[in-house]
Design a binder for this molecule. Sequence first.
Ligand SMILES: Cc1cc2nc3c(=O)[nH]c(=O)nc-3n(C[C@H](O)[C@H](O)[C@H](O)COP(=O)(O)O)c2cc1C
Length: 303
Amino acid sequence: MKNVLVIYYTQSGQLLTAAQHVVANLQKDANVAITYYNIEMEKPFPFPWPASQFFDAFPETFKQIPATIKAPPSTLFNQKFDLVILAYQVWYLSPSIPINSFLKSEYAKTLLQNMPVITLSGSRNMWVKAQEKVKVLLQQNQANLVGNIAMVDRNINLVSVITIVDWMFTGIKRKVWGFLPLPGISEQEMQASTKFGTIILKHLNQNNYESLQTELVANGAVEVRHFLVSMDQKANKMFKAWSNLVLKFPKKRKFLLKLFYYYLFIAIWFLSPIVHLIHTITLPLQYWKIKKQKKYYQGIQLK
Ligand SMILES: Cc1cc2nc3c(=O)[nH]c(=O)nc-3n(C[C@H](O)[C@H](O)[C@H](O)COP(=O)(O)O)c2cc1C
């Protein structure tokens, strides 16, 4: 008998749906038992998000400051698991506060030590640097990262900015202005992700994950878009400065977060198209760098 623990947090249900699709073919095997653990916050985050709270979550998310989570069910600690699937979302280019809080808790130390872990992210599209932060947290828990699947909204970057923000602020998945695509991971991609379960099952039964990530990548589990990597890296530098500033002046928090909102607006709508243009023009010069980056971010090693 193989026991698989799926650890997840989700607001809209998207991450749970993704995890359910990924483990669907594992579940069909009579020899595999799946246990779900839903991370719960002592003080839950709202969904849909009021705009002020959405931006208020920024500094603590980016600085990876943990909040208190509810104790996981005690039954989790009486079982022996063979594999953990960690399903997480990205907030502000970092693991969401609930995921970060779990990974920094004593519970994670107990549950993840020496455990093979597969990460499954469900984000808008900017996840590569968040995954680096998750790699560090897993290493701190002495977990063994054996695979990664990155599920995203595949629409054009500036389109998904509009549609995902609309979804987060209304709680409704709808076609903005009647013609923009639905936000989030598409139904088609969800259905297709069941193939990852078949691959994982083989490795679970062999108790050997050596070639797992290579097979997952060959089957489309991780798409790395070089422009998004470059934006992620640049935005991480800016977010570092902004989060330091907001946390340094707690009395001016509201005002500074308002400025941050204006910065984000300008960065997304005015700076990013310019950066995209420069990036495209200089593409031939960056060929080798981009190739190396792609290989690294599709992998599971930590630099
Ligand atoms: C506060 C907040 C910040 C977010 N920041 C990012 C981000 O930096 N990059 C990204 O790709 N998606 C980002 N997203 C989208 C989430 O990664 C995720 O796709 C969405 O919240 C749905 O997840 P759910 O399963 O919790 O409903 C953000 C969402 C929220 C609520």
